[in-house]
Design a protein around this ligand. Structure first.
Ligand SMILES: [Fe+2]
Length: 410
């Protein structure tokens, strides 16, 4: 008999999430891990390398409502850099910035600006994943090794993904019959628990989002299929929705996008490449300013996008504007039908709606969150739809192009 049950991860249990919630929030599905060549349990951490981690850690607390839970830096014996661990629901962000003038993190920032260096994934068996990845010819950046401290042991390794992005693989629980129990430190060995004196405003919800839904990767023209094949062959990911051509072309901008996901769909990677258009697309702009492929946006799943948007706006976060014409378009109103709130509530906040055969979703996008026009965030509230807002791509791209124009990059 095959075991297709999905189980909560430790991060999800810590956040008091339940399987039913995760099915709704991120479209979690059962699958048979025993036949997976490269089983992936879910996200482990998103590691940002930034110019000033001390201040970025404050931003994710004050603007995104995240909680500081862990730290590594000179005071803990790490003389190279400071790293802050932040949580919201099952999501873990780690922000790193160089302290030693010779730290290699400075070079990452010089080339890319602030960005996502590592999309780290939790796996049940690091060695099995690395053996498979090696057999397919993937680039192994770090061979499997045990890291241990007072909280226990984790086994880690890393493989190369697009551009300078890597996937660190983290095994937090020993194999059956082995001698480890689950690691119980704040993140990885070497990190210490840390809290902050930051106090949320009265009435703020305990968190603004519960889980990570997807991370979009931008790759060069002609490279999308290569990376889809990488995720299929090396990491055993399955193909999801596919968007090509007119669906996501505006007069000036065009792109191609395909989506891959791990077996249980916790981890979803839309991969974009620019398509030939009249003028520079948003993907070209990203590739120019990030100086190559990289993570473009991270979609944060919330069960109450209205409250989340109101809170984040009050915290100073800027979202892309949606023209009133979007909400007045009779074809759109017809297509989206009934959603849980009046359209006027969405219009007031600029929240987009999309519907497909499985249900609908609400979504909104922030402006880039650092100086370069590269990384940004999406908030997403799913109601049955497992899509990515295909019906909104055109409206969204037109909004992005208005911003590009203001920056002089169109
Ligand atoms: Fe997205």
């Amino acid at each position: 008999m095959t075991d297709t049950a999905v189980h909560l991860t430790a991060q999800e249990r810590d956040a008091h999430l339940e399987l039913d919630q995760l099915r709704q929030l991120v479209g979690l599905v059962p699958y048979d891990e025993s036949t997976d060549v490269f089983p992936v349990t879910g996200w482990d951490a998103i590691v940002f390398v930034v110019g000033n981690a001390t201040q970025t850690a404050h931003y994710y607390q004050s603007a995104f409502g995240m909680e500081l839970v862990g730290y590594s830096g000179p005071e803990t014996g790490n003389r190279d850099h400071k790293a802050f661990v932040l949580r919201s629901g099952s999501i873990r962000f780690v922000v790193k910035g160089g302290v030693d003038p010779g730290s290699t993190l400075h070079e990452h920032v010089r080339v890319h600006g602030d960005g996502v260096a590592d999309i780290s994934l939790e796996v049940p068996d690091v060695d099995r994943c690395i053996d498979h990845a090696r057999s397919i010819g993937a680039t192994i950046l770090q061979e499997p090794e045990d890291l241990t401290d007072d909280h226990g042991t984790v086994r880690v390794a890393a493989i190369a993904a697009y551009g300078d992005t890597r996937h660190t693989l983290v095994q937090r629980v020993g194999l059956p019959g082995g001698d480890w129990s689950a690691y119980d430190g704040p993140y990885l060995p070497g990190y210490v628990p840390r809290s902050s004196t930051f106090v949320k405003r009265d009435g703020a919800p305990k968190r603004l989002f519960q889980a990570l839904d997807h991370i979009v990767g931008n790759v060069e023209l002609g490279k999308m299929d290569e990376w889809v094949t990488f995720y299929n062959k090396v990491m055993g990911f399955v193909n999801m929705a596919e968007f090509i051509g007119d669906d996501i072309a505006t007069d000036y901008s065009a792109l191609m996008s395909k989506v891959v996901a791990n077996g249980n769909h916790r981890v979803k990677f839309p991969l974009n490449e620019p398509a030939v258009a009249k003028r520079k697309s948003q993907i070209d702009e990203y590739l120019e300013f990030y100086q190559g492929p990289g993570a473009q946006h991270l979609a944060l799943a919330t069960n109450d996008i209205l409250t989340t948007v109101d809170q984040m706006r009050a915290n100073g976060i800027e979202f892309l504007e949606t023209p009133d014409s979007y909400y007045q378009d009779p074809a759109l109103r017809e297509r989206i039908g009934q959603v849980r709130v009046p359209i006027e509530e969405l219009q007031k906040r600029g929240i987009l709606v999309d519907r497909d055969e499985d249900g609908y979703l609400l979504q909104i996008f922030t402006r880039p969150v650092q100086d370069r026009p590269t990384v940004f965030f999406e908030l997403i509230e799913r109601h049955g739809s497992l899509g990515f807002g295909k019906g909104n791509f055109k409206a969204l791209f037109e909004a992005i192009e208005r911003e590009q124009e203001k920056r002089g990059n169109l």
